[in-house]
Design a protein around this ligand. Structure first.
Ligand code: FPP
Length: 236
């Protein structure tokens, strides 16, 4: 059995789902919020320690003003509907990304949820929100350089560098799932996914169910992870 402590998901396909159902794109995102609630509760039940979801990327600002402002209202919709249930399930909220460009009202809703769930010890639901991996890596490098100049830290190695990333307190990502068929990383967790297993499903995020998650996990369980070492079952 491969351990599954940290699951990351690129929740893609909301727009295509909306189009297929002759609905506005925002309806796809709205349905996506409900699916996120279901998957969070289920992942917690499976004993997964951390679920990192790509909710808004640094590139998503290029979308229409209407769509961006709708996505910025999703945390309010999500927490207004589900904070009680998240508390009952011992779920802890976290966020990674650049907070500076996120509207104040949105940030307040997220910070309130982080504060409310601070002492919870179940699944960590970690929102990548205004997140971009290159931005994260550049910021980490700048921060390290500053600390080095001030004599606070020694020479850099992989472990020390990881301490400068947003994910510093989280376990390694074991599995990345991307919904909606596309085979790309879209600037998501570039440093952290070095040895993660990838599963891409054709299912669009609004159609994603506990059963589809089970199938993705079953596929992950078929994989032989060797972290760059030699596969010991090979005979030559
Ligand atoms: C990608 O689908 C999805 C997003 C950019 C937004 C994802 C957000 C959620 C699922 C809800 C998150 C919840 C909270 C509380 C923030 P797309 O629009 O790129 O789909 P497409 O590829 O079919 O166009």
């Amino acid at each position: 059995m491969n351990t599954l402590k940290h699951l990351a998901i690129i929740m893609d396909g909301n727009g295509r789902w909306a189009k297929a159902n002759r609905l506005p794109r925002t309806a796809g995102h709205y349905k996506g919020v409900e699916v996120l609630r279901n998957i969070t509760i289920y992942a917690n039940r499976l004993g997964i320690k951390c679920l990192t979801v790509y909710a808004f990327s640094t590139e998503n600002w290029k979308r229409s003003v209407e769509e961006v402002s709708y996505i910025m209202s999703l945390p309010k919709i999500f927490f207004a509907s589900y904070i009680k249930e998240l508390m009952d399930n011992n779920v802890k909220i976290m966020i990674i990304g650049d907070r500076d460009r996120i509207p104040k009202e949105t940030m307040k809703v997220i910070d309130d949820a982080i504060e409310t769930t601070r002492n919870n010890t179940g699944l960590i639901l970690n929102f990548a929100f205004n997140y971009g991996a290159r931005d994260e890596i550049v910021k980490a490098a700048q921060h390290y350089a500053q600390d080095y100049k001030e004599g606070k830290v020694g020479e850099l190695d992989e472990e020390l560098f990881a301490d400068y990333l947003y994910t510093r307190d989280l376990p390694e990502v074991d599995l990345l799932i991307r919904t909606g068929s596309q085979l790309r990383l879209s600037n998501f967790l570039l440093y952290q996914l070095a040895y993660s297993e990838f599963v891409v499903t054709d299912t669009l995020w609004p159609d994603f169910t506990n059963e589809v998650l089970d199938e993705c996990i079953a596929e992950y369980q078929q994989r032989k992870r060797n972290f760059g070492g030699r596969d010991e079952t090979e005979s030559h």
